[in-house]
Design a binder for this molecule. Sequence first.
Ligand code: SF4
Ligand code: SF4
Length: 394
Amino acid sequence: MQYRINPRSGDRISALGLGCMRFPGPPGRPDPARARELVARAVERGINYLDTAYLYPGNEACVGSALVELGLRDSVLLATKLPHGSVRRAEDLDRIFDEQLRRLRTDHVDYYLVHNVTSPAQWERLRELGVEDWIARQRAAGRIRQMGFSYHGSAGDFPVVLDAYDWDFCQIQYNYAGETYQAGTAGLRAAAGRGLAVFVMEPLLGGRLADRLPDRARRILDAAATPDLATPAAWGLSWVWDHPEVTMLLSGMSAPEQIDENAALAERALPGSFAPAQHEVISRVVKEFERTNRVPCTGCNYCMPCPQGINIPGCFSAYNASFAHGWFTGLSQYFTASAIRTSEPKLVSNCVRCGACVRHCPQHIDIPARLEEVARRFQPGPVGWALRAWSHRG
Ligand code: SF4
Ligand code: SF4
């Protein structure tokens, strides 16, 4: 395993971290046995950073149990996140953090993040509730070692958030298709330039730069493949590791074999290892990706559940697939995502525009408006009437 150093703490962190959000199991109920197997394999392969969050349903408890049962708590750096929207009063900080420690079955968190910051005003509100003193007390008591934030706001606001507190680290969305999206390359350099450790999430855009890459983009990568860059995932992850400013990237690996593959890549993908010709290949892939990337959904599921039962990420994935892999491929995926062959189909046209999903989306997608586009693509005119009649039968 390749390790990189956190400039603030001196921690030696594996270049590949385990993002636990995508643990296998039904939504909201990660499978403890399979999670334990993944954690064991990750540590065996040299991974020493595990990332979870209060808001990932059932996830903190699953991570905590796995670490205790495997006796690995002291072998890893454990990260979890503060759901700032749930902090209404100063007392909520203790209440939430105590609950997190209980769930995680530990007496301290190594890396604690304010989760999903999208504007400087969110930190300012926490500051007015006394969060800075609260952090100082937790640090003094040894309950928090490093303090940071995860970010999904604009490029312009990012430096403001960086300078709003004496952070140890930050976590940004970063991949070859998003150099100017959210914090982007400018944000990566700004954070590293301030001496922060920078952790990267969504290096493969929830799989959209891996197995779901558009066909034409995939052909470009295949034509330029080398033993170290044999798959789209290898290209995507290695591109991120090529940046010396990146301390670690998180991958939401959900199978032991995936951990093996990514850990092997992490051993070889050193900073600056991409040749100019390989950067040129990536530029061509980005052009192809952008041509078919209609909705920037990463499949994070934060918007779920929809009260109308609509599978929002599944429908967006089908919509994007219809441009990347052909209309019939997308339609087939839409049929699955909307359960159209069942007695209770959940069509995108069932959206009542309640807005419950929109405020949770870290990608700031206008979900009801974009679902209308999905409906126009897969349920046009008479097809839509027939499907709606079918879905309301009985
Ligand atoms: S706006 Fe539409 S998609 Fe979003 S939660 Fe409401 S019904 Fe579901
Ligand atoms: S629509 Fe937004 S919140 Fe929902 S899965 Fe996609 S990126 Fe996540």
